[in-house]
Design a protein around this ligand. Structure first.
Ligand code: HEC
Ligand code: HEC
Length: 147
């Protein structure tokens, strides 16, 4: 038992020597860079796009991107700026897209007359369009019948 333990320690020391590490290392880096866990990294600076037509969705269930600026639009317990324009009874005046019918349903499928608490915090799912490179590459394509 003692012998095994010594072997283990030996192995550990061998693995942790820099010479060995340099040989077989895979260069792993997380998306947060070298910021230690206990610190919050600075947010990336994305250039918001000018108000435009909505970009096409990449997959069917994607929350559409917001094609306009949302600076200073408040969403608080008592007030939701987005619904000022996107509520069904406001869209005729504002020309905004109606929020999806799914947004008026509760978890149990009950239809409400106003935004469901499930969908109240719009920016949980919807983000403004920005000229940003993908963080990681991928080759995803939507199903052929859904393009
Ligand atoms: C002053 C009115 C106004 C406010 C406030 C507003 N929007 Fe909009 N929004 C619009 C209009 C108008 C369009 C349609 C633009 C178009 O289709 O060219 C739009 C489009 C969108 C779309 C694109 C829908 C699609 O067809 O793909 C999303 C998503 C959206 N808004 C989300 C939001 C969110 C989230 C907020 C709050 C943070 C918000 N909007 C606040 C007016 C508004
Ligand atoms: C939990 C995620 C989630 C939240 C929160 C959410 N949405 Fe959505 N939204 C989606 C998804 C997913 C879609 C596309 C599928 C669908 O229609 O349900 C969508 C679709 C939309 C559309 C396009 C409707 C259409 O007919 O093309 C608009 C506009 C919109 N959302 C606005 C809002 C606004 C405004 C809020 C806040 C009051 C909000 N959403 C909150 C996920 C969300």
């Amino acid at each position: 038992m003692y012998r095994l333990y010594c072997l283990f320690i030996l192995a550990m020391t061998a693995f942790s020597t820099p010479a060995h590490a340099a040989q077989g290392t895979v260069n792993l880096q997380s998306l947060r860079g070298d910021t230690p866990i206990e610190k919050t990294p600075d947010a990336d600076m994305y250039k918001p796009m000018k108000d435009a037509k909505p970009l096409p969705r990449d997959f069917v269930q994607q929350p559409p991107l917001i094609p306009h600026t949302i600076r200073d639009y408040q969403i608080t317990r008592n007030f939701n700026k987005c619904m000022d324009c996107h509520a069904w009874n406001k869209t005729r005046e504002t020309g905004a897209t109606k929020v999806s019918v799914t947004h008026y349903k509760t978890r149990e499928g009950q239809e409400l007359t106003n935004i469901s608490p499930l969908r109240y915090f719009c920016t949980q799912c919807h983000v403004s369009q920005a000229d940003a490179k993908p963080l990681v590459g991928n080759t995803f394509r939507p199903g052929v019948g859904m393009q």
